[in-house]
Design a protein around this ligand. Structure first.
Ligand code: AMP
Ligand code: GLY
Length: 425
């Protein structure tokens, strides 16, 4: 099969790495890819939002399957454009991608199909949103309705913070994404991510993970796209897995079908596990980054077979098997991230990663024969181990062999799971 991956991050590098292991693969392309992905695929300089050029490329190269990595092209309707041209694609339609593209849509959907989530209101004016905030008090969560590259959410611990967040949205801090605002109940508990491959009818559980969103050790400092992750998430035990499937995933698939927009692709369920069980924080309609990196390290089965089965509506016949190990990834970011990451610093020493370690490129470029930083999150250093502590030690040992004074990472990725492991002896 000839496959095109759309995207250029660490997530897409991990997908390319895993797809490359498939005996069914004859040729792998990536648009636009990055220097890490180029080790696995032929990179073509087409932007993820150039739908016409992507369709033309697929027709020209007779691509058998397109795998779309990021959310923006899905929300913009790339899957629909490809399908309209007879090209098979792993990823939801534009209508189904509303599960990530509109927080208000998703909250109403949860209400209609009885999916557990926090109480909320949807607002078109700052005045109404602020009245709701004052009525309910802090802590409270303010969210721009649309896609805001992970920056549209404020978990406000005080009323003042919530009011400023509402003003920021309506003043255009997130462009069109903030023209509508969702204000939501603050949920307490432990956060985890749960993944399913979906084909419209069937949801195949596809692993769990926990992410670290704050930039600094001890979960301090500003929010980021994710500074590290590990899989599986210990908080999602067998009973919790069953509840998430029954209370969230299954009604979601049924509901989307009932609304005439069956969901296919990856459903990424962000859940808060609290005293009353799982509550939905958000859906994403693609793999997480860096959660994908840890999932791919643990997946035993042929990813290409699974993604094609999802695209073909054949998941009912499939299973996914996982290595009985923990995978842990440490994101290395360019100095200055997330506010103002420095570009261009030289990165060396990636060839000494060590056994059982994979270094996925997220934001790199080649310049004058050297590898340089070319984004905020730059590398995802990923290792496996029989325990979380072992995976963590191996990942940091690999980090320490990388020669990159222009970058930094958190030193405590996995702390919660390591603590849990230590307690359980
Ligand atoms: P999102 O962009 O929806 O993933 O939100 C970013 C982060 O904000 C989430 O990963 C949570 O850590 C936090 N968050 C979002 N909604 C809530 C909520 N209702 N209660 C508590 N934390 C939340
Ligand atoms: N790491 C969180 C996300 O991909 O949304």
């Amino acid at each position: 099969m000839k496959v095109l991956i759309v995207g250029s991050g660490g997530r897409e590098h991990a997908l390319a790495w895993k797809l490359s292991a498939s005996p069914m693969l004859t040729k792998l392309y990536a648009a636009p890819g990055n220097p890490g992905i180029a080790q696995e695929a032929e990179c073509v300089p087409i932007s993820v939002d150039d739908q016409d050029a992507l369709v033309a490329f697929c027709k020209d190269k007779l691509i058998d399957l397109v795998v779309v990595g990021p959310e923006a092209p899905l929300v913009a309707g790339l899957s629909d454009a490809l399908r309209a041209n007879g090209i098979k694609v792993f990823g939801p339609t534009q209508a189904a991608a509303q599960l990530e593209g509109s927080k208000g849509f998703t909250k109403d959907f949860c209400g209609r199909f009885n999916i557990p989530t926090g109480a909320y209101g949807r607002f078109q004016t700052a005045e109404d949103a602020k009245a709701y905030v004052r009525q309910n008090g802090a802590p409270i969560v303010v969210k721009a309705d649309g896609l805001a590259a992970g920056k549209g959410v404020t978990v406000a611990m005080t009323l003042d913070e919530a009011v400023s967040a509402v003003d920021a949205c309506f003043d255009g801090a997130f462009g069109g994404a903030g023209a509508e605002v969702v204000v939501e109940e603050f949920l307490d508990g432990e956060e985890a991510s749960f993944f399913c491959l979906c084909d419209g009818r069937t949801a195949l559980p596809f692993g769990s993970a926990q992410d670290h969103k704050r930039v600094g050790d001890g979960d301090t400092g500003p929010n980021t796209g994710g500074m590290g992750a590990y899989s599986p998430a210990p908080v999602i035990n067998a009973q919790m897995h069953e509840r998430i499937m029954r209370e969230i995933v299954e009604p979601t698939l049924r509901g989307m079908t009932e609304m005439g927009m069956p969901f296919s692709g990856v459903l990424f369920v962000g859940v808060m596990i609290g005293s009353q069980g799982p509550k939905l924080i958000e859906f994403n309609v693609r793999f997480g980054d860096p959660e994908c990196q840890v999932l791919m390290m643990r997946l035993k089965d042929d990813l290409l077979v699974l993604l094609e089965a999802a695209a073909d509506g054949q998941l009912a016949h499939m299973s996914a098997r996982w290595r009985d190990e923990t995978a842990l990834t440490v994101v290395m970011a360019a100095n200055g991230y997330p506010a103002d990451p420095e570009k261009g610093s030289v990165i060396r020493g990636l060839d000494q990663a060590g056994d059982g370690v994979a270094i996925f490129h997220a934001g790199t470029a080649r310049k004058d024969g050297e590898l340089v930083a070319n984004g905020g999150r730059v590398l995802a250093v990923t290792a496996t181990g029989s325990t979380v502590s072992e995976a963590q030690q191996r990942a940091y040992a690999a980090v320490d062999r990388i020669d990159w004074p222009g970058g930094f990472c958190r030193r405590d990725i996995g702390w919660r799971a390591v603590e849990r492991e230590t307690r359980q002896g």
